[in-house]
Ligand binder design. Structure first.
Ligand SMILES: CC(C)(COP(=O)(O)OP(=O)(O)OC[C@H]1O[C@@H](n2cnc3c(N)ncnc32)[C@H](O)[C@@H]1OP(=O)(O)O)[C@@H](O)C(=O)NCCC(=O)NCCS
Length: 241
C-alpha cells in the first residue's frame, strides 16, 4: 500500500546487471546491509537448490538435499542471507577418521556473483571454524549403535492395562516407560582433524578465497568431475590448524 510504504528522497539503487565476479565490492561500505546465517529446513531447502543450480557445475541428488537437513549437520549446513535474501550457502559433512577423529568436508560454499567480495563467504567459513574448526569436539550419531527401536504398541498396552500393583510390576512398568522416552540414538564424540574440499582447477577465485582463509593446496585430482564438466580436474585444499 502506497500510503504505508517507507519514503525516501534517494532513489533505490538499481538491481545489479552484471553477474561477473567483482574485483572489490564498491558498495561494501556505502549501502547498509545485514549478513545473517539461517538454519536449513524443509521450508527453505528449495532456496538451496536454486542457489546451487547457478553456483556449481554439478547437480546434487535428492538424497544429498535430504542429508543436509539431518540434525547432525545442522550447525555445518547454513544459508547466508543478505538483507534477509538467501544469496549463499555452506554445506559440509563429517568423514570419520580412525577411532576418534573426523574430517570436515566442505561440499559447497558459494555466494551469488553480485554479492561477492562483501565478506559473505568469510562469514560462512568463520561460522564453520567456530562450530567445527580443527581441534573442536563434535557429537555425532554412533554408526555402530543399533538403530533406535520405536516404542511398540504392546509396551504401552501391557503396562497400562495391567491391574497388578506389586512393586516388581511397577518397577518394570517404570523402566519400560523410561526406555520408550529415551530411545535416542547413541552418540559419540570426535575431534576435528582437518577441513578440506575440492575446487575445479579453472576456479582461481575460489582458490584465492580459500588461501586467504588459511587453506593450503595439498594435491590435484585428475578426472575428479564427470565427463561433460570441463576441466575435470580439481585442486584439494586443506586446513589443518
Ligand atoms: C569463492 C567464493 C565463495 C568467495 O565468496 P565471497 O563472499 O566473495 O568471499 P569474501 O567476500 O568473503 O572474500 C574474502 C577474501 O577472499 C579473497 N577473495 C575472494 N574472492 C576473490 C577473488 N575473486 N580474487 C582474489 N581474492 C578473492 C579476498 O582476500 C577476500 O577479501 P577482500 O574482499 O577483503 O579482498 C565466491 O567467489 C563463489 O561463490 N564462487 C563460486 C562458488 C565456488 O567456486 N565455491 C568454491 C568451491 S566449494
Amino acid at each position: 500500500m502506497a500510503s504505508t510504504a517507507t519514503t525516501s528522497s534517494l532513489p533505490a539503487p538499481p538491481p545489479p546487471k552484471i553477474y561477473a565476479a567483482r574485483s572489490k565490492a564498491p558498495i561494501r561500505s556505502v549501502i547498509p546491509h545485514k549478513i545473517a546465517l539461517a538454519l536449513l529446513t524443509p521450508n527453505n531447502v528449495g532456496q538451496l537448490r536454486r542457489l546451487n543450480s547457478v553456483l556449481f557445475p554439478v547437480r546434487f541428488s535428492d538424497g544429498w538435499y535430504k542429508d543436509v537437513l539431518h540434525k547432525d549437520v545442522a550447525a555445518i549446513c547454513k544459508l547466508a542471507l543478505f538483507n534477509d535474501i538467501p544469496v549463499g550457502n555452506i554445506c559440509c559433512r563429517y568423514e570419520r577418521e580412525g577411532d576418534s577423529e573426523v574430517k570436515v568436508y566442505i561440499m559447497t560454499l558459494g555466494v551469488l556473483a553480485p554479492y561477492r567480495r562483501l565478506g559473505i563467504a568469510s562469514e560462512l567459513l568463520r561460522h564453520l571454524l567456530t562450530v567445527a574448526g580443527v581441534g573442536t569436539s563434535v557429537s555425532l550419531r554412533d554408526p555402530n549403535a543399533p538403530a533406535p527401536k520405536a516404542p511398540s504398541a504392546s509396551t504401552y498396552s501391557k503396562s497400562s492395562n495391567s491391574n497388578n500393583t506389586n512393586a516388581a510390576s511397577k518397577s518394570s512398568k517404570d523402566s519400560k516407560a523410561t526406555s520408550a522416552k529415551t530411545e535416542e540414538p547413541k552418540r559419540e564424540s570426535r575431534t576435528v582433524k582437518s577441513l578440506y574440499l575440492h575446487v575445479q582447477t579453472s576456479n582461481d577465485e575460489a582458490k584465492a578465497f580459500y588461501e586467504s582463509q588459511g587453506f593450503k593446496h595439498t594435491g590435484t585430482v585428475q578426472d575428479y568431475y564427470k565427463v561433460g564438466i570441463e576441466p575435470r580436474s580439481a585442486w584439494v585444499l586443506e586446513r589443518i590448524a
